[in-house]
Design a protein around this ligand. Structure first.
Ligand code: MN
Length: 497
């Protein structure tokens, strides 16, 4: 039985004519273990292979097949459990969860029910709202992590009257990570998934690629009066992006409130999120555990781990996102906000550390979170596919630091780098963007600008802020290439300031 003592911040309440409501959220995240072979067979798990080309007799549910546990998958589950600050259970067991589906050839899923490999744990999250405002830290309890097989995939849109089945995914190892109902807003749910993703990616136990479906969330939503009795929950299945998680929760909470307010009861059911319509709709009425008639899988012995096995994994744990964030704040002098953005994901962190090495760490952070992140976002490009790598971006920052170009010109150079993949030096050289530091050349432009604006020049003595106008004119006349510091000095001298 779940209890949910924490009451949401009032800012997260939904207020209607009948009063305030709070949203209670618990998540079940399925994270695909980054393993080359499946949980109980040697078949490959590569993404995007020809349909039904990675299917062993075990995965196809042939009579008499015998599953064999992939020890690598056990190790990944233990590693993830440690990353979730959770209890590692030395004794665990595989059970059969019986149900019929065309893409489940065994007629049951091998999962863990009574004795999961990982027990209770806890992670800290910090929600960020749509305006980028950082909220209070929230601890989210982990109920368990268990291992189970994935099902195959039914394809309904290849033929008008037939369903095709691809069993490549059948038997792939999943870690189902179940949270306690400790989240109270879409921001918190999204921060939780982001944190989980950061942890499994830091550990290398799951690729965390939501688009490829190797990290997907089932979101349990219910509503109640703030601090009141828990309502009936609905589970929204397989939501596969942060944005959809937020949308699905917002829609579902309001749907439930409307039902209750109109005097009806929320049915406990499993729902699907339609990302095109932004709605959830009924998939099936919710089964309870007893509907699945779980029982120990007679083909598999219980798992008994040695403490030394767990200790060895614990001793080899890499740096986790929280520790990395603290280190980034300390070592690079970053703000909490920047440190969080740069430390959450392992690829981001590695990129940043390469960029910051031997350079001004704050300038490096500003470039990475500013123009660089903007360009990736705009193009929908993954960091790992970026046409500008950390060394190349660093090369651009170096040209600003050594006064070859101004920060303003650098923005244009960066755009060209991103388009062409050329280095900063190549573009600066080719387009003649080198800053003019030759004072003689600048003086000449300054003289021309003062001559062309003699009435303004006469007013400068009374109104020194007019110098800004002259700086602008000189920079414009130089095509942005004049060294701004030199321009300022020469102008001041010539205008008698
Ligand atoms: Mn599951």
């Amino acid at each position: 039985m779940f209890i949910a003592p924490r009451v949401a911040d009032a800012k997260d309440w939904i207020t209607t004519e009948t009063g305030d409501w709070e949203i209670i959220l618990g998540l079940e995240v399925h994270a695909q273990v980054a393993s080359n072979s499946k949980l109980f067979s040697g078949a490959a798990t590569e993404y995007g292979a020809e349909p039904n080309s990675q299917v062993s007799l075990v995965d196809a549910g042939m009579p008499g097949m015998l599953p064999v546990v992939n020890e690598f998958c056990l190790e990944q589950a233990v590693k993830t459990g440690i990353g979730l600050n959770a209890q590692i259970n030395l004794f665990s067991r595989f059970d059969r969860k019986n149900y019929f589906y065309v893409d489940l050839p065994q007629g049951y899923q091998i999962s863990q029910f009574e004795f999961p490999i990982v027990g209770e744990g806890e992670i800290d999250i910090v929600p960020i709202d749509a305006d980028g405002k950082v909220g209070e830290q929230v601890s989210v309890g982990i109920e368990r992590l268990h291992l189970e097989q994935d099902a195959g995939k039914s394809i309904h849109d290849l033929s008008p009257d037939e369903t095709y089945v691809d069993l490549n995914r059948s038997g792939v190892c999943l870690m189902e990570i179940v949270s306690k109902p400790d989240m109270r807003s879409p921001d918190e749910a999204s921060a939780y998934v982001e944190k989980l993703r950061g942890i499994v990616r830091a550990l290398g136990t799951c690729d965390g690629d939501m688009e490829k479906g190797n990290l997907r969330a089932d979101v349990n939503v219910s509503v109640r009066r703030p601090g009141g009795e828990l309502g009936t929950r609905c589970e929204i299945k397989n939501v596969n992006s942060m944005r959809f998680i937020r949308q699905a929760i917002n829609y579902e909470a309001r749907r439930q409130i409307e039902i209750i307010e109109s005097g009806n009861e929320v049915d406990q059911e499993t729902r699907l999120f339609d990302s095109v319509k932004g709605e959830t709709r009924t998939m099936r009425s919710k089964e309870d555990a007893h509907d699945y008639r779980y029982f120990p899988d007679p083909d598999l012995l219980p798992i008994k781990l040695e403490q030394s096995f767990v200790d060895r994994i614990r001793s080899e744990m890499p740096e986790m996102p929280d520790a990395r964030k603290a280190r980034f704040m300390e070592a690079y002098g970053l703000s909490e906000y920047d440190a969080r953005l740069l430390s959450g994901d392992i690829d981001m962190s590695n990129f940043y550390e390469t960029l910051a090495k031997g350079r001004d760490a704050k300038i490096a952070a500003n470039w990475m979170l500013g123009d660089f992140a903007g360009a990736l976002n705009k193009g929908g490009i993954e960091l790992t596919d970026s046409p500008v790598d950390a060394d190349a971006l660093g090369g651009l920052i170096d040209r600003i630091s050594d006064d070859t170009i101004s920060g303003k010109i650098a923005k244009g150079v960066f755009e060209k780098m991103f388009e062409s993949g050329d280095s900063a030096d190549t573009i600066i050289e080719r387009d003649g963007l080198k800053q003019v530091t030759d004072t003689g050349a600048i003086e000449k432009i300054v003289d021309e600008v003062i001559a062309a604006n003699s009435d303004q020049a006469a007013k400068v003595a009374d109104n020194p802020r007019l110098i800004g106008f002259f700086v602008g004119q000189v920079m414009k006349a130089s095509g942005g290439k004049a060294n701004p510091k030199a321009v300022n000095e020469i102008l001041k001298a010539k205008l008698g300031l």
